[in-house]
Ligand binder design. Structure first.
Ligand SMILES: [Mg+2]
Length: 375
């Protein structure tokens, strides 16, 4: 028998529930005991008096059991792998040959842990490793290669092809279980790394106070949209939005209140934006909105909607309503540099301020630019 169950021979231990807990030995491998009357077993915390469980609480688990691909062409080994994986709390996905295994690993939500037999019809384990690694996909797939003793001298080849670990058949069940654990730990670490990278990216591209895109990123966004628009012959509009008399809010209510107003204004602008618009914090109380595909009159409508989103309902500061309004400058083009377009929007904004604030002004050039974009 290629796999030897060392300490877990006989029937599988009974599954979760308080009924069977009295019969568990304190040394049972599945039990983590805090004290004589409190222990965790699988996903349940049990508190007992003497021999009787009096309370069992389900502990939050990570949700679905982790899926593990087991690719093995021998039907006897297949069913053993399935039994073991299931017993250890994994969801076994069985592939009967290399081609099936590759199909599973290629799919959108492929299992992230794979046990691959080296010798299989269709495609061998090493070839699968090679393909997975050259696809360089994320999230990472951790691969444990199974080899027969005769193949073990070629292990370097397997590891070079991208396997993370290997087990030589015959092996014992405990060893496989431990190796899978190690693989899981690597995957968990990798996930944390990805999250950290994502958090850094978020930090580098977003404004810390409002959560909107920061100045650099919104300008890059505008640059991208302008290139796209130039290729497609469609217009792009920008709105430069400035909160009116923001300094007096800061002066009379304090900077914390000022920050709260900026956050709320950002939230309102964001919710008034269409799904494909981008909203960024351009400066102190200035926001830049990029509207792809919008000509001057569409942009004027959208600007009006945003003005209303800010000024239409008072902001609440410590339950006190305070009136906040915004002035908006609109510019629109099909061929332009981001700098020139922002300058036009800025000029229009200046005009809106001069005309008494809380209003939208469209730059005079916007309509002629838009006309140019229509062949
Ligand atoms: Mg085989």
């Amino acid at each position: 028998m290629p796999w030897m169950e060392t300490s877990e021979t006989g029937s599988a231990p009974p599954v979760d529930g308080a009924q069977d807990s009295e019969h568990l030995s304190p040394l049972h491998p599945e039990v983590f005991r805090f004290s004589a009357d409190m222990y965790i077993r699988r996903n349940a915390l049990t508190i007992s008096t003497g021999d009787h469980a009096i309370h069992t609480l389900a502990l939050p688990s990570s949700g679905h059991p982790m899926r593990v691909l087991a690719a093995e062409d021998n039907p006897v080994f297949q069913s053993m792998l399935r039994t073991m994986l299931t017993k250890w709390g994994y969801q076994a996905v069985i592939a009967r040959n290399g081609t099936e295994a590759w199909r599973v690993l290629e799919s959108e939500d492929a299992p992230r842990l794979a046990v691959l037999d080296w010798m299989m019809p269709g495609m061998d384990g090493v070839e699968i490793c090679r393909r997975i690694r050259s696809a360089n996909r994320e999230p990472y797939i951790y691969i444990l290669l199974l080899t027969a003793r005769t193949e073990s001298q070629d292990l370097i080849e397997g590891m070079d092809a991208g396997a993370d670990d290997y087990l030589t058949k015959p092996f014992n069940a405990h060893e496989l279980r431990v190796r899978l654990h190690a693989g899981r730990r690597i995957l968990d670490l990798q996930e944390e790394l990805l999250k950290a990278r994502e958090a850094l990216r978020e930090q580098a591209t977003h404004d810390g106070l409002t959560g909107l895109l920061n100045r650099t990123t919104i300008l890059e966004k505008l640059d991208d949209e302008l290139s796209r628009a130039a290729r497609a012959g469609t217009p792009v509009s920008v709105l430069m939005t400035d909160l009116d008399r923001f300094k007096s809010i800061n002066d009379t209510c304090g900077h914390l209140a000022g920050d709260a107003v900026l956050r709320e204004a950002a939230r309102r602008l964001k919710s008034a934006a269409r799904r494909y618009d981008s909203v960024g914090r351009y400066g102190g109380e200035e926001f830049l909105v990029v509207l792809p595909g919008c000509d001057a009159s569409d942009a004027a409508l959208q600007a009006e909607r945003m003005r209303e989103a800010i000024g239409g309902t008072p902001f609440l500061l410590a339950s006190q309503p305070i009136s906040v309004t915004a002035s908006l400058g609109v510019a629109c083009v099909s061929h332009c540099t981001p700098e020139a377009l922002v300058r036009e929007a800025d000029d229009a904004l200046y005009e809106a301020k001069a005309q008494g604030r809380n209003r939208v002004v469209v730059h005079a050039a916007a309509y002629s630019h838009a006309a140019c974009s229509t062949p």
